[in-house]
Design a protein around this ligand. Structure first.
Ligand SMILES: Cc1ncc(COP(=O)(O)O)c(C=O)c1O
Length: 479
């Protein structure tokens, strides 16, 4: 049931004996490629370097990124990624290290991994951390697999078949639970956007393995009922899973450990300085309370005296969740970011992110109704409903003004939702310009609105046709 990397064997031998390494020439067999898959004819465009450089430069100029302008894509924490971390990741001492190098020759890299484990433990108030998972969804799958392995050990896996999620959950939560073999039970939120405790009580019981939530949630609301939620879940013998995608709101202020969670994943590519988008690159270390440490993916990094080494987690480990040790370059950036800011700096990040969110909400809430009246944390969800425009119209207007729109039509529980996460790295000038543009979008006549965007490379697409009749060819990309 658990994924195992195909190249597990030599690595496990390495960890256990401390002496066996895969060396060039040791694995020289050429895999058999079925004839049907062997390319008979190579059809690569015959172009000069000059053409290729121009092609990719032109494409890069069509791109919009956090380095270009404000990118308040709710739930994605698209904040500016400091360049010192990118510069470090470009150093050959890190970039060119082979993952199977003898451990005594990569002590610096191992030290960084060890220290990052320790920092993440301190930030989350968890007892042990694995750096291996490669994205938020991968962290969720890892965490839920750990929970499943725990219940297998308890002998109650056949009974505890359900994972509960609130209806505000990110789609990866139920998907990860289903991938780990669970039935998913969804519960409604209260009108104020928090967990409906009665609904939670009514579905929690001997069948429950875990409750997965993020706090603050995807509406940007901190659920003050979290202690009661933890009590309900733990009294039923189930475990509490923290989706750490919204960590940007709580750094140094509170933590999943304090809130009563048993397992957490961190989206390093959101909160901790890695460019995020296009499906990667990512890293989502998983933290657990002591009683779950033995189930973590193997290996983790330990320190004995001044020596850093990989430690085999042991027979109870869920195994390997990805090749080698995780996305090292992402881990490195996160380490650098945490060192740069320190404890107080991290707390200041969250306080500023929350301040920026609430400032923007105040600027636009006269026209765009917020999902509810609570103070928002890292993000705010407003509705375009009642403005005379759709969320789509407002988003297309923003594109024409050279700004990235917010996430729209999610979460599904808010009509015409616009989910805005401005982060701490946006200036007041940018916040004001964004608020002004959102408000100005409402003043346009319907015909102009419907024709937007007109300033972008791709104008308004027929979304129904794009979904039903998608056609992507080389020629289309060029035209
Ligand atoms: C609340 C929440 N949970 C989980 C995830 C999944 O993370 P990833 O995209 O790294 O797989 C996201 C991603 O946007 C998210 O916003």
């Amino acid at each position: 049931m658990f994924r195992q990397a195909a190249y597990d064997e030599p690595l496990i031998r390495d960890m256990r004996s401390g002496t066996t390494y895969r060396v060039p020439g040791e694995h020289t067999e050429t895999p058999e490629i079925p004839d049907s898959l062997v390319r008979k004819e190579i059809n690569i465009p015959n172009v000069s370097e000059y053409d290729v450089v121009r092609h990719f430069t032109r494409l890069s100029e069509m791109n919009y990124s956090v380095d270009t302008g404000i990118y308040p894509l709710g739930s994605c924490t698209m904040k500016f990624n400091p360049k010192y971390a990118d510069v470090m990741a470009s150093w050959s001492e890190f970039r060119d290290v082979h993952p199977l190098r003898p451990q005594e020759t990569v002590q610096g890299n191992l030290r960084i991994m060890y220290e990052l484990q320790e920092y993440l433990k301190a930030i989350s108030d968890m007892d042990a951390v694995s750096l291996q998972p490669l994205a938020g969804a991968d962290g969720e799958f890892t965490g839920i697999s750990i929970i499943r392995k725990y219940f297998m050990d308890q002998g109650t896996d056949s009974e505890r078949r359900e994972v509960i999620v609130p209806d505000s959950a990110h789609g990866t939560n139920p998907a990860s639970a289903a991938m780990a073999g669970y039935d998913v039970v969804e519960i409604p939120s209260t009108p104020s956007g928090t967990v409906d405790l009665d609904a939670l009580k009514s579905v929690t019981g001997r069948n429950t393995a875990a409750f997965m939530i993020t706090n603050p949630n995807t509406l940007g609301i901190f659920d003050g009922g979290i202690a009661e939620i933890a009590r309900i879940i733990h009294e039923a013998g189930a475990l509490l899973y923290y989706d750490g995608a919204n960590f940007n709101a709580i750094l140094g202020i509170t933590s999943p450990g304090l809130m009563g969670f048993d397992v957490v994943h961190f989206n390093l590519h959101k909160t901790f300085a890695t460019p995020h988008g296009g499906g990667g690159p990512g890293a989502a270390p998983v933290g657990v309370k002591k009683f779950l440490e033995k189930y973590l993916p193997t290996p983790i990094v330990e320190k004995n005296g001044d020596f850093y080494s990989f430690k085999d987690v042991g027979d109870k480990s869920i195994g390997k969740i990805g090749p080698y040790y995780g996305s090292f370059m992402v881990l490195l950036r996160a380490w650098a970011y945490i060192r740069y800011h320190g404890r107080d700096g991290l707390e200041a990040i969250s306080r500023r992110a929350v301040l920026n969110t609430n400032y923007l909400e105040r600027r636009i809430s006269g026209s765009f109704r917020p999902s509810n009246n609570s103070i928002k944390k890292h993000e705010v969800v407003v509705s375009a409903s009642g403005t005379g425009k759709t969320a789509n119209d407002v988003a297309k207007y923003l594109l024409d003004m050279g700004m990235h729109p917010p996430t729209i039509y999610f979460p599904l529980i808010v009509k015409e939702a616009m989910m805005i996460e401005v982060t701490e790295t946006v200036s007041k000038k940018d916040l004001d310009a964004y608020a002004d543009a959102m408000l100005a979008s409402l003043k346009e006549d319907a015909k102009t609105s419907a024709s937007r965007p007109v300033n972008t490379k791709v104008t308004r697409i027929d979304e129904v046709r794009a979904a039903r009749d998608l056609e992507l060819t080389w020629n289309d990309i060029h035209s």
